[in-house]
Design a protein around this ligand. Sequence first.
Ligand SMILES: Cc1cc2nc3c(=O)[nH]c(=O)nc-3n(C[C@H](O)[C@H](O)[C@H](O)COP(=O)(O)OP(=O)(O)OC[C@H]3O[C@@H](n4cnc5c(N)ncnc54)[C@H](O)[C@@H]3O)c2cc1C
Length: 376
Amino acid sequence: MDILLVGAGLSGAVIGRALAEAGHHCRIIDSRDHIAGNCYTRRDDETGVMMHVYGPHIFHTDDEGVWDYVNRHATFMPYQNRVKTTSQGAVYSLPINLLTINQFFGQVLRPDEARDFIEAKADTSIADPQNFEEQALRFVGRELYEAFFKGYTEKQWGCSPTELPASILKRLPVRFNYDDNYFFHRFQGMPRDGYTAMVESILDHPNIEVALNTDYDPDMKADHVFWSGPLDGYFGYRLGRLGYRTLDFDAFRYDGDYQGCAVMNYGDRQVPYTRITEHKHFSPWESHQGSVCYREVSRAAGPGDIPYYPIRLVEEKSLLAQYVALAEETPGVTFVGRLGTYRYLDMDVTIREALDTAGVFLRDSAQMPTFVQAPL
Ligand SMILES: Cc1cc2nc3c(=O)[nH]c(=O)nc-3n(C[C@H](O)[C@H](O)[C@H](O)COP(=O)(O)OP(=O)(O)OC[C@H]3O[C@@H](n4cnc5c(N)ncnc54)[C@H](O)[C@@H]3O)c2cc1C
């Protein structure tokens, strides 16, 4: 069959590869001038540093099948994500751990003592937290909440934490040991030659044809379309726009080591950016004198902006339901990936879902559903 895949990010590439291997002809288009979607990496001309152009991407997963898959297409180097934060005039370790607690409160507590200490700080008068702020206060108390959650969350989401659901903070966000490895997953790493080379390898198949700088046009003919662009974009935004946060990256160069780590968060509300990322620290096996950094500012996405984080509050979900109903009436198209299903997806989940989607198609293409993963 002739398959059209809109978007040359991980979703389009992984589905395309699986269908190409099964003998289908796959045309993959992308409106951008490069492959790899938001995972796109490239070397900075001046410093030689591998840049994570659309923000830092760290690969982490518990899914062995996905880990095997990416290792077939890239050489992975060991990498652990260790984040620091500057807050109220001091630097702390994240996620909040025993070092953070001891440093912040000027204590020398052992794990059990710290647990009791934080329990005493928690606001137990909140029996049934109704929002993010109440949940945080109930878990960690006011001081830690204001230093590490309040300002950062306001900047990231552009609203008061009282307007966000309590469910964002499902578990106690504190570790009572000195483990500052951000992710719990078994497999974690960074592709030695960047994500673009990895996606290039996935796309390297004689049945795959890639067209860049190419927008989707409804006149494009195909036996089936896989759409990894924005769900509302497919319908020309005719019911309105699904809300997203976008990011502005203010890039700057530095001679030497600017901040000594890959990611430094800024918890204070009066600092306009949420974090600074220093790209060369994402490739610790390389050595560069020059450095490239991003100051990252989050704001509401307008029509011309790159949609990064779906907002998914009550209003957005009601509009989403209307687009899902419209999509269900559209034969011959399957909506996939982070934009096609309006969900935040890590790379490993994106790859798993793409492999599963291809599997469903290969079992019975005549019964291909509009969504293999339900957006709601
Ligand atoms: C700031 C940020 C940091 C992240 N960090 C991590 C991380 O550390 N670890 C992790 O696992 N994941 C991370 N992610 C998630 C990761 O970026 C996604 O999992 C991945 O990009 C999803 O791939 P995709 O193919 O579904 O979407 P995308 O990568 O967005 O690809 C969609 C493609 O479709 C194209 N397109 C859209 N509309 C059209 C059209 N009309 N015509 C033609 N082409 C079109 C776009 O140009 C784009 O290239 C992060 C995401 C963000 C936003």
